[in-house]
Design a protein around this ligand. Sequence first.
Ligand code: A2P
Length: 319
Amino acid sequence: MKYITFDNGDKLPMLGLGTWKSAPGEVFQAVLWALEAGYRHIDCAAVYKNEKEVGDALKKAFADGLVKREEVFVTSKLWNNAHEKDQVQVGFSQSLADLQLEYLDLYLIHWPIALKSHVMFPEKGEDFLDYTNAPLSETWAGMEALKSDGKVRHIGVSNFNRRKIEEILASCQIKPEMNQIELHPYLPQQELVDFCFSHQINVTAYSPLGSADRPSARKQADDPVLMEEKVLHNIAAKHGKTVAQVLIAWSLHRDVAVIPKSVNKDRIKQNLESADLILDETDMETISKLKTSHRFIDGTFFTEVPGSPYEQSDLWENA
Ligand code: A2P
């Protein structure tokens, strides 16, 4: 297993379990299977609406002596409706309580989008009905306070482009230590990854398998299916591995942490075994020539609301 080592020596196992879309009733077992298989990194978020159940699984794993708290790296994310400075603490405390932990290893601002505290997803953009204008610097100051208080060991961001990161860097006391973004062979985002690395910001790949189980509202009829890509099947066959394992190994090869989601015992185990697959330069070169370019999670659910103050170009480079 490869690790990211933070400035203070903390280590993040680069392959973790994703829990977005893991349904209540399934995620408890999935987290336990993952810990039994050897995962030591669990990626969570308030908006996944399953943190309480993830917390139940962690609690059982600690009580049964399967793992110790300090052996597991737990990440959560601040939802968009808690960006105002006094709300950051509120959002964090709820995740901490649901996860039934004393501290988090990593806490991320989930999106550079600020909603009013009663709104989960915007429906009415007009007159800022669903949005607030809390500046990112204010939200980040709240994140810094959490770290200074020792409630979270590391802080970072998610879905941030270069401009949004620069906005934080311009006023921060503590630099972001992570940017979690959509990354897979259809969306390598090499420039953004390089930019993050040049500022000692680590990177995590979400939707590494192409997020086939994303909600239907996030799907278009002509979306390509990453797992069906012939090139990937050929490389998988060459190594005697699966396409999922090739996709996970692709991220690890780029020194990017990766959090494939699964609630299936065999696939959870199979995904962890990707750590043993070393792709060669020919494989990486072949994958880099894939013509398709596609973002599965495009954030239009924030930007294409009538009257939304945000545009696609606020989220993504080249949008
Ligand atoms: P399941 O949870 O039933 O295993 P992503 O991480 O990109 O969001 O992708 C998650 C999707 O990929 C889920 O539908 C998940 O289904 C599926 N999946 C996870 N691991 C594998 C695997 N090893 N082989 C095939 N599909 C997988």
